[in-house]
Design a protein around this ligand. Structure first.
Ligand code: AP5
Ligand code: MG
Length: 212
C-alpha cells in the first residue's frame, strides 16, 4: 500500500500517520521529521533546512526531492509500502514524485486529504507537545499524554505564532494545485478533520480498507 497524507499544518497528519503505520505496517516517511532529525544532528542539510523551517518557509525543492528519492529507493519500501507525510508540498514536488515513482516502478494507491477549518489550527499548533524519546505528537488539551511529565516533552520552534501564520499562508497557497493534480487521477479521499482524533482515524481506516 503506497499512500500520501495531506492537510494543512496542524491538520493531524502526524497523529493519523502514527495510527496508520501501526495498523497497516507501511513505512512512515515524514519530510518534516527527516529535517528535524538532520537539524538535531546539525548536519549540513539540517542547518540549511533550519534557516527555512524556523521562519515557516518551505525548504527548497531540490533538497526535499533529493531526500525523498533516496528514502523511496531503499529496500524496505518495496516490501512494506509507504505513507508520505508532508510531501509533496509544491506542484513541482508532485511532478518530481511522479517521476521518482515511475522510475522505481511503484504505483501510488491513494491520497488521504485531512480537511480542517484553518481557524482551529493555531490552537492545535500552539498546544502541541512532542515526546523527546519517541517523537510522537500530543496536545496539552486535545490529546494529553497519559503520564505527562513536563521535562519529557518539548514544543517545536516553528509552532510559535509568527512561524505558524507564515506556514499557513504558504501551505494554503501551494496546496490546492497538488490536490487538483491527484483529484484528476482519481486518487483523493477527503476526510473530515474537525472531529475527535479517534473518529478521524475511523474514517481514514475505512478509506484505506476501500483502497485495498
Ligand atoms: P511538517 O513537520 O510536515 O509540518 P506541517 O505540515 O506544518 O504539519 P505539522 O507536523 O505541524 O502538523 P500535522 O498535520 O502533522 O499535525 P499533528 O498530527 O502534529 O513540516 C515542518 C516544516 O518542514 C515545514 O514548514 C517546512 O519548512 C519543512 N518541510 C517539511 N516538508 C517539506 C516539503 N515537502 N517541502 C519543503 N519544506 C518542507 O497535530 C497537530 C496538533 O493537533 C497536535 O498537538 C495533535 O495532538 C493535535 N490534533 C491532531 N488531530 C487532532 C484532532 N482531530 N482534534 C484535536 N487536536 C488534534
Ligand atoms: Mg506532522
Amino acid at each position: 500500500m503506497n499512500l500520501l497524507i495531506m492537510g494543512l499544518p496542524g491538520a493531524g497528519k502526524g497523529t493519523q500517520a502514527t495510527k496508520i503505520v501501526e495498523k497497516f505496517g507501511v513505512a512512515h516517511i515524514s519530510t518534516g521529521d527527516m529535517f528535524r532529525a538532520a537539524m538535531a544532528n546539525q548536519t549540513e542539510m539540517g542547518l540549511l533546512a533550519k534557516s527555512y523551517i524556523d521562519r515557516g518557509d518551505l525548504v527548497p525543492d531540490e533538497v526535499t526531492n533529493g531526500i525523498v528519492k533516496e528514502r523511496l529507493s531503499q529496500k524496505d519500501i518495496a516490501e512494506k509500502g509507504f505513507l508520505l507525510d508532508g510531501y509533496p508540498r509544491t506542484i513541482e514536488q508532485a511532478y518530481a514524485l511522479d517521476e521518482t515513482l515511475a522510475n522505481l516502478g511503484i504505483k501510488l494507491d491513494g491520497v488521504i486529504n485531512i480537511d480542517v477549518d484553518p481557524s482551529c489550527l493555531l490552537e492545535r499548533l500552539s498546544g502541541r507537545i512532542i515526546n523527546r524519546k519517541t517523537g510522537e505528537s500530543f496536545h496539552k488539551v486535545f490529546n494529553p499524554p497519559v503520564d505527562y511529565n513536563e521535562e519529557d516533552y518539548y514544543q517545536r520552534e516553528d509552532d510559535k505564532p509568527e512561524s505558524v501564520q507564515r506556514r499557513l499562508e504558504v501551505n494554503i497557497a501551494q496546496g490546492e494545485p497538488i490536490l487538483e493534480h491527484y483529484r484528476k487521477a482519481g486518487l483523493v479521499t477527503d476526510i473530515e478533520g474537525n472531529q475527535e482524533i479517534a473518529d478521524v482515524f475511523a474514517d481514514v481506516e475505512k478509506a484505506i480498507v476501500t483502497l485495498k
